[in-house]
Design a protein around this ligand. Structure first.
Ligand code: GLA
Length: 740
């Protein structure tokens, strides 16, 4: 029963809008083995002789004729380590003496908490399987969804948990998926941070026990990101096996990486079980988020290139103008006024900035916080989404018209899920916020979180956003979210059901975003949460870009951008050039250095350009024009991290190569030259060795004698050398190569 897809599939309900080639889906009824092959990857699992669903293989693609026997459970190690515990199950219920991380834990109404899931049935879908498991005695059904991407073998896994009984059950823990790795020695990579310090890459040996990466905050969080990559002992940036995954969920989440007593490594991820308790009434279902997982045999670089391509082609939304296209369009170069004016926005001030921005070659003008309600600072106004009459006496239209007349489109900042206690909205609806009745409401940045899970709140939020977008010609919303949860009560519901807020808040957010995009199909949206607090593959299905950090220091950004790139494509990585010295570190850097740092991602300008000298304006204008020419290569090409800026590195460099290998862009940065070191020769990657490439400078000089044209083999083997004068503190150069 081998099924190979070689035709184009467009499936809106499926996580992939895919051109499926190279995908093989197979079920062997005799051995009860399920096999998925896509790209360079095979994923195999089967029904074991006890009836459990057991993982058999995840790694490089196997031969089409290779067969697996029926899965047999792992043997018991001792009376303390049962076979049930040792067997890598696809989705283990907590029962039968399981001490490892369960995928699912439930409490039944009668106090029974034993859940043992056995295979029941399956169906083949366009990209994989839906496999139904059932508890051995109770009518709890779990449908595991598997969908593999044909091109790169990334597997999307999720679960639907259904109560077909007549009594309610409480789901106390529900993963999207559990992944098992072959026995071996591994290094775990994961991303952590804080406000203004996101995207630190951590690399540590996987030891016995569990490493938990999580958010308990009600949203994705700055502190950890729902992504992991586990490399085998020998692997590095360019070589070796890497298993990676990313969870598509913007609420509280948890990923547990566990090495058990037999040295087996498993990764389980989904809803965070902390304070979780989802009551499933009779015939109700709970859908988990999707946990995406992939495998690369060319190191961490290979893993991130697979993930970038997958995000571009299958996760990021399309607008009316890009519907049906393989790739979303590169982001417009934006101007944002936040660092220039903060809350002091006005019609005249914004118009002046818009004129300056247009002269630089900016595509999109974005007005940030301060334009609505009684918003003079962060003490008041959130929730009151009417235009402030003092600042914009004639509404937004004159400003938007002006921006359009200058050849730019217009974007606006909103923070829809929040309310200041000092607002008309809170005065009218104090019960709309997350709270526990009678308890103090903890403010952060003087604001409270609206309970988006409530139908009335959802209608209000959708209503005002729809109105703003209907009444104004707005191309873009910067959607902010400037605090995490406290007192997550939902007192409209009976006490036992209030914890549904952990699921339904986020589902409601996704629902609002989806509805808005449907009704306003030209509008693009940025996910911002005080910087990079809400970046994950869940929100990215509804948003076109993210704001990685409020920290715009160009030197700090190099390390953040490096960390970010392990999990997310540069396409979505907005990077503004702001003023020097920088407000956070008081570090002074040249405009050229700042520009090149931001040009590694999706460029924007966030400086007070009203104060720029003519020389600064002309530098920015020249580099914006150069960026426009190569932007698709930078943000959608294959990224090679040639020299990492991490760990105090003196140098750093990246290279991106367009999919057809026709163009490449190289960025090189010096932190601080020491003892006269020269910049290392960069051996480029990913070019066509036989093709001829012309080198041209975007900024800076190659070493005297560097050929203007040479083969891909020359650039990759001999390498690119830099001018001897490339020394000093915070220096940068950039080059492009174009195939002749
Ligand atoms: C957050 C964002 C900033 C800016 C401010 C406005 O901190 O990350 O970019 O929009 O809010 O209040």
């Amino acid at each position: 029963m081998l099924k190979t897809f070689s035709f184009a599939l467009v499936l809106l309900a499926c996580p992939f809008i895919a051109f499926a080639q190279n995908l093989a889906i197979r079920f062997e009824p005799g051995a009860k083995v399920f096999r998925l092959d896509g790209g360079g990857v095979s994923y195999v699992f089967g029904v074991n002789t006890r009836g459990e669903l057991q993982q058999l293989y995840w790694g490089g693609r196997l031969g089409a004729a290779d067969n697996f026997s029926q899965a047999s459970p792992m043997p018991e190690w001792a009376s303390f380590d049962s076979s049930y515990n040792n067997t890598p199950q696809e989705y283990a219920g907590w029962g039968a003496g399981l001490f490892n991380e369960p995928a699912l834990k439930v409490s039944f109404a009668d106090g029974n908490r034993d859940l043992v899931l056995h295979y029941e049935s399956h169906t083949e879908t366009s990209h994989g399987f839906d496999v139904v498991l059932k508890d051995i005695s109770r009518p709890i059904f779990v449908t595991l969804h598997y969908a593999m991407d044909a091109e790169n073998g990334i597997l999307a896994r999720s679960a639907t948990i259904e109560n077909r009984g007549s009594d309610a059950v409480t789901v106390e823990q529900a993963a999207a998926a559990a992944w098992a790795l072959p026995a071996g020695h591994y290094t775990l990579n994961y991303l952590t941070g804080r406000w203004a310090g996101e995207w630190n890459l951590n690399q540590e040996t996987v030891h016995p026990g569990a490493r938990v990466i999580e958010s308990r905050r009600g949203s994705t969080g700055h502190q950890a990101n729902p992504w992991f990559a586990i490399q085998s002992g020998e692997a590095d940036e360019d070589h070796g096996e890497v298993w990676f995954g990313a969870l598509g969920w913007s609420g509280s989440w948890r990923i547990t990486v566990e090495q058990d007593q037999l040295d087996e490594v498993r990764v389980t991820g989904g809803f965070n079980p902390f304070d979780f308790g989802y009551v499933l009434k009779a015939r109700e279902k709970l859908e988990t988020p999707i946990f995406y997982g992939g495998y690369a045999e060319d190191g961490l670089g290979g893993a991130s290139r697979l993930l970038h391509g997958f995000e571009l082609k299958h996760i990021l939304p399309r607008t009316q103008t890009t519907a049906g296209q393989a790739m979303p369009k590169p982001r417009p170069v934006i101007y944002n006024s936040w660092e220039a004016t903060e809350f002091r926005v006005s019609e005249a001030g914004q118009m002046e900035l818009a004129e300056k921005a247009a002269a630089l070659g900016i595509d999109r003008f974005v007005m940030d916080d301060g334009w609505f309600g009684q918003r003079k600072n962060d003490l008041a106004g959130l929730g009151d989404w009417y235009v402030n009459q003092e600042k914009f006496p004639n509404g937004l239209k004159p400003l938007i018209d002006k921006v359009h007349s200058l050849g730019m489109d217009f974007g606006l900042w909103v923070e829809p899920e929040m309310v200041n206690p000092d607002s008309d909205l809170y005065r009218a609806h104090p019960d709309w916020v997350l709270h526990f009745a009678g308890q103090p409401e903890t403010e952060q940045r003087h604001q409270l979180v609206l309970n988006l899970a409530r139908q009335d709140v959802r209608e209000y939020v959708f209503g005002f956003l729809d109105k703003i977008l209907t009444e104004n010609d707005i191309a873009f919303l910067k959607w902010d979210y400037n605090r995490n949860w406290s007192e997550p009560g939902w007192d409209q519901l009976p006490p036992a059901e209030q914890k549904r807020v952990y699921v339904e808040f986020t589902q409601s957010l996704y629902g609002i975003l989806a509805e808005l995009r449907k009704k306003h199909p030209r509008v693009e949206i940025e996910s911002c949460s005080g910087g990079g607090g809400r970046v994950d593959l869940g929100i990215l299905r509804y948003t076109d870009e993210v704001w990685p950090s409020d920290n715009t220091d160009p030197f700090d950004r190099l390390t953040m951008q490096d960390g970010f790139s392990y999990a997310y494509t540069p396409q979505i990585m907005m990077a503004w050039v702001t003023d020097s010295p920088h407000w956070l570190n008081e570090r002074a850097t040249s405009l050229t250095y700042r520009m090149l740092s931001s040009m590694q991602g999706s460029l924007g300008i966030g400086a007070n350009i009203a104060n720029w000298t003519p020389e600064e304006a002309s530098t920015a204008k020249r580099l914006i024009a150069a960026y426009h020419q190569v932007q698709p290569t930078i943000v959608q090409g294959a990224l090679y991290r040639l020299i990492s800026p991490r760990d105090g590195s003196e140098f750093s460099a990246t290279q991106t190569v367009r999919a057809d290998k026709g163009q490449s862009v190289v960025f090189a940065f010096i932190h601080s030259t020491q003892t006269g070191h020269s910049f290392p020769t960069l051996k480029l990657k990913g070019l066509d060795p036989a093709a001829e490439y012309a080198l041209s400078s975007i900024e800076g000089k190659a070493r005297a004698g560097t050929p203007a044209m040479a083969s891909g083999a020359w650039w990759m083997n001999h390498g690119l050398e830099f001018d001897g004068g490339f020394r000093g503190d915070f220096q940068a150069m950039a080059f492009r190569l174009d195939r002749k």
